[in-house]
Design a protein around this ligand. Sequence first.
Ligand code: CTP
Ligand code: MG
Length: 171
Amino acid sequence: MDFLSLFVFLIPIYVANSSPVLLGGKSYPLDFYKNFIDGRRLLGDGKTIKGFVGGIVCGALAGALIADFYLLPFFPDKKAQVFGGMALAFGTLLGDALGSFVKRRFGVPNGRPFFPDTIMFLAVAMLLVYPFALPSLYGIWNLLFVFLLTIILHPLTNFIANKMGLKNVPW
Ligand code: CTP
Ligand code: MG
């Protein structure tokens, strides 16, 4: 297994997932304050337009930057890798919002821990990069590596972000 390539592959996803926290601040919510039929918020105040757009832009830029000096073995060429990076960034924020949608349906309040938070963004990113990636990306050991690493790193980075004062809660 090519650990280095897998780790580099994950960078656009991790950048896309963490940049909304850094962009932070008050911004208009992605769900326009709308409620679902269950009377609860569609997504909640934790998902903002600024975070959504900013996360996609930062993740896609990270992917393009990487493609400039490192062609990953999971893509046929540089162009596919750049578009793949965009798909990964968009998938990450889409999965993140989808996770919040599910979370709200279960009645879990905004900002509380919820296991799917840890991998939902990665799962959707992996789905959306499919048209750009080589089939070898989806090897069982690669999938195990990216999901296990994320399950470990996600809580860890949230804890560190909280200690650094970037995040209000340690999850
Ligand atoms: N964030 C944002 N826009 C997004 C995603 C995240 O502005 N699309 C910012 C918000 O300030 C959010 C913080 O990043 O509070 C942390 O993100 P996350 O943990 O995903 O959101 P939660 O606040 O935990 O909300 P939820 O319960 O819906 O996951
Ligand atoms: Mg959260």
